[in-house]
Design a protein around this ligand. Structure first.
Ligand code: AHE
Ligand code: ZN
Length: 368
């Protein structure tokens, strides 16, 4: 079938909007008609030319929501008409990682997904007689996508897809970092460095976990204002001096039980690490740093019992947790609507990246 898609053809150039051919789903795959997709920093990172794993041409996008339109042979996990969120980390339920409590990084289709193809080694996408790569196994910057069934979370049908699509990446990444990677305990103290889309979600994750003190750190007064709506009890403007010292001062010199970094900047990662307490403090790195970046820490901070770790998709076992987050949103426990700054048609997707580069707004959503 033919569909409109935004194609990544060349680094540092706008996406090309054109008609792309999409093949029907093969065994174990489903065809999804997308209703909406968020536009994430990681798409921009791949477009920048700095992502060593970037493949071209490709249909980018990984924060979508849609409806199953057809299924390939042998599909049992989803059916036509189901509302779904495509998952860049699938959950097969059978591999060593799916069976482990320690990680959400399903191993079932990692190799082919990184090569931009479906599990059988071929692509469903073609353009100008060439194969087009799938991106993160999801390729949501298009009217339709084909996705393996193990990479689809089935969600309730009354959830607005143009909002809950954000649970496909940023919401889960931030909320899950607090709930499932750091496992924030009630009455604990937390600090979140970076209050963009993912940081705001880390803040609401800390709130959902019942943390008593949640310190937001950012350079922008506007973002620090938003941080208070998402659960921050204290704010630190990182432009006013050393933010690590500010966090230590707010916690009687001790540091917080849990710190989070949501910027991708290695200087901020170190500040976040040095803000968690001796004897069991945990720092969770959420932001994706540029390829080649290195993080240095003083070993003494580790010897004195601080933990440094990272998270992918918030440590969420995806097919299990995404429907649960949708429930929480529908129950009013999880804020999502306030994260949407703009909604636009696919034809205007390149303007979403312009806003992102100017740090204007929190999240743009493309509605099909
Ligand atoms: N390809 C990049 C790294 C990309 C990366 O770290 N991706 C994150 C998701 S970003 C969502 O916006 C992730 O969760 N990765 C999990 C994994 O298995 O890699 C690069 O720099 O090479
Ligand atoms: Zn993302």
């Amino acid at each position: 079938m033919k569909m409109r898609a935004a194609i990544f053809v060349e680094p540092k150039k706008p996406l090309v909007l054109d008609e792309v051919e999409l093949d029907p789903p093969a065994a174990g795959e489903a065809l999804v008609r997308l209703a909406a997709t968020g536009v994430c920093h990681t798409d921009l990172y791949t477009m920048s030319g700095l992502d060593p794993s970037a493949l071209m041409p490709a249909v980018l996008g990984h924060e979508g929501g849609g409806v199953v339109e057809a299924v390939g042979p042998g599909v049992t996990a989803v059916a036509v008409g189901d509302h779904v969120i495509p998952l860049y980390i699938p959950e097969c339920g059978k591999c060593a990682h799916c069976l482990s409590d320690e990680t959400n990084l399903c191993l079932a289709i990692r190799g082919t997904q990184a090569q931009g193809v479906m599990p059988n080694g071929s692509s469903r996408l073609h353009w100008q007689n060439k194969m087009v790569h799938h991106y993160m196994g999801t390729s949501t910057f298009a009217q339709y996508t084909v996705v393996p069934e193990i990479a689809l979370a089935k969600i309730r049908k009354d959830a607005p897809l143009d909002k809950v699509c954000l649970i496909g990446c940023g919401v889960t990444t931030g909320v899950g970092a607090a709930l499932w990677t750091a496992k924030v305990k009630p009455d604990s103290t937390c600090a979140v460095f970076g209050c963009g889309f993912v940081g705001l979600n880390a803040l609401q994750g800390c709130r959902l976990a019942g943390a008593k003190r949640i310190i937001a750190v950012d350079l922008s007064p506007g973002r620090l204002q938003a941080a208070q709506d998402f659960g921050a009890t204290d704010v630190v403007n990182a432009g006013d001096g050393n933010p690590t010292q500010a966090v230590l001062d707010l916690t009687g010199g001790a540091g917080v039980d849990y710190s989070f970094e949501a910027t991708g900047n290695t200087t901020v990662m170190r500040q976040a690490f040095e803000s968690c307490r001796m004897g069991g403090g945990r720092c969770t790195i959420i932001g994706v740093a540029s390829a080649g970046a290195e993080l240095s820490v003083v070993p003494r901070f580790l010897i004195t019992g601080r933990h440094l770790t990272g998270t992918a998709f918030g440590g969420a076992k995806s097919r299990t947790r995404v429907p649960q987050l949708v429930e929480w949103y529908m129950e009013g426990k999880l804020k999502v609507d306030d994260l949407v700054s703009r909604t636009m048609p696919l034809a205007q997707i390149n303007t979403a990246f312009e806003y992102m580069e100017r740090a204007d707004g929190v999240r743009s959503i493309v509605k099909f």
